[in-house]
Design a protein around this ligand. Structure first.
Ligand code: SF4
Length: 433
């Protein structure tokens, strides 16, 4: 899939500082060249490269209603009709699209009196709940690169899920005040050895489901200098004393955490305890904590939804005003109660990630999917509308995992007749109006 770069046709284009539209690290140092047909990518990891080149694979190219090819107008009319006739349509996904499309999706959900939720509710929703309770000390990835001398990865495996995170932001780069890997200590805490733990100075293996106990013991050691147990959560207490000392004595430490903390026993209490640990460390040094966000613009949905409705995800408009109560208003809770009578999915693949019972319910209600690619959700959809790939075929805004907004660039035109998510949402809104 590599282009002959010497063939410089009229539609040749080279873009520096191209932003990768795959994961929440939003690496913005890619170099992308195209001759209008094929693309060459430099600097991206294998995940980013395959996303940018994926435009050639598994595309949805024609709108469909119940498996039959139809015109775009027919698909949009049908989608609008389903949404208008539904009493409680559920809107879900929105983490792999632009902020501009997210804004329109929220407007659409409000207009038809539905519920809107994003993929946060099955990843870092517990993180958001913990932040509501105890706040969060924020910082940027640039500060990590320039200042951090202790980096802790807890319940996440960046080498696998965010392959350039370590090399671009957190472990290997030389910053203004930190001298590359040599001057940084790296700690990995997980339930099993991973690709990331092989690179760590200290690996702490926690028994599955015991992160809360370990966090609590660590806070006790930091605050009192004592611990009356020999082992906590499967970890020798000497190792926790060693980690506590590393944390207290660093100049600027950070904890990056993943779904190993948010979706194990303890759930949002784990995050609340981890944030409180960071607050305890303020008595000794500077410290911060950040979730490793997955989809490239899941953070963007939380930002856009918060400024549009006052809440970051799982917002119910059926009462005529925004109502937020995760556990009641999130997509899985609604589907498991069989409480939605239609579903609209864009920028997510719930059939691949939701429990079987909720996916079975999705099959029983009218399901509209807007997606550039074939997925498990497009397979069970009644209406499928193909869209352009955000960040490759369409420009727009997205938020990095540290809540820094970046501009996604367009490198190539979408296939003929394919609209952007934004254009499709506008057309549905017009039809409804
Ligand atoms: S780490 Fe994430 S954002 Fe960076 S190149 Fe890889 S997939 Fe893209």
């Amino acid at each position: 899939m590599v282009m002959e770069s010497k063939v410089k046709r009229a539609d040749y284009r080279r873009t520096n500082a191209f932003v990768c539209p795959f994961c929440g690290a939003l690496c913005d140092d890619l170099i992308v060249e195209t001759d209008g047909k094929e693309i060459k990518v430099e600097n991206a990891c294998v995940l980013g490269t395959s996303k940018i080149l994926a435009r050639y694979h598994s595309r949805v190219l024609k709108p469909e209603i119940n498996g039959k090819e139809v015109s775009l107008d027919e698909a949009i009319k049908k989608a609008a009709k389903i949404l208008v006739n539904a009493k409680k349509p559920l809107f879900y996904g929105f983490s792999s699209t632009t902020c501009e499309a997210q804004e329109l999706a929220i407007e659409l959900a409000e207009k038809v009196g539905g519920v809107i939720d994003c993929t946060s509710s099955v990843c870092h929703g517990p993180t958001i709940l913990a932040v509501h309770e105890v706040g969060v000390p924020s910082f940027t990835l640039g500060e990590v690169k320039n200042r951090a001398d202790l980096v802790v990865f807890w319940g996440c495996n960046p080498m696998h899920a965010h392959p350039r995170h370590m090399s671009r932001y957190s472990v290997f780069p030389s910053g203004r005040f930190s001298q590359s890997r040599i001057a940084r200590k790296v700690v990995v805490i997980d339930v099993r050895p991973t690709e990331s733990s092989k690179l760590a100075d200290l690996f702490i293996r926690v028994e599955p489901g015991k992160d809360y106990e370990v966090l609590n013991a660590l806070r006790t050691i930091i605050n009192t200098g004592e611990c009356r147990f020999k082992k906590v959560g499967g970890v020798e207490v000497e190792k926790l004393f060693e980690l506590a000392e590393m944390m207290k004595s660093c100049k600027f430490g950070v904890i990056f955490f993943g779904m190993g903390l948010t979706h194990s026993a303890g759930n949002y209490w784990n995050i609340s305890e981890a944030i409180s640990l960071v607050k305890d460390l303020y008595r000794f040094t500077k410290f911060g904590i950040m979730p490793m966000r997955g989809h490239f613009n899941v953070t963007g949905f939380n930002e856009v939804c918060a400024w549009e409705t006052g809440y970051p995800f799982a917002v119910d408009f059926t009462k005529g005003y925004p109502w937020y109560n995760p556990g009641e208003t999130d997509a899985n809770s609604i589907l498991s109660r069989e409480d939605a009578d239609a579903m609209f999915v864009l920028g997510g693949d719930p059939a691949a990630h939701f429990p079987r019972a909720t996916v079975n319910y999705m099959k029983r209600i009218p399901l509209i999917v807007v997606d550039p690619f074939k997925s498990l959700t497009t397979k069970i959809a009644n209406v499928v509308i193909p869209s352009a790939i955000a960040g490759v075929e369409v420009e727009g805004s997205a938020y990095r995992m540290d809540s820094v907004p970046l501009r996604l660039k367009k490198i190539i035109n979408p296939p003929e007749g394919i609209l952007s998510d934004e254009e499709i949402l506008k057309r549905i809104l017009e039809e409804i109006e």
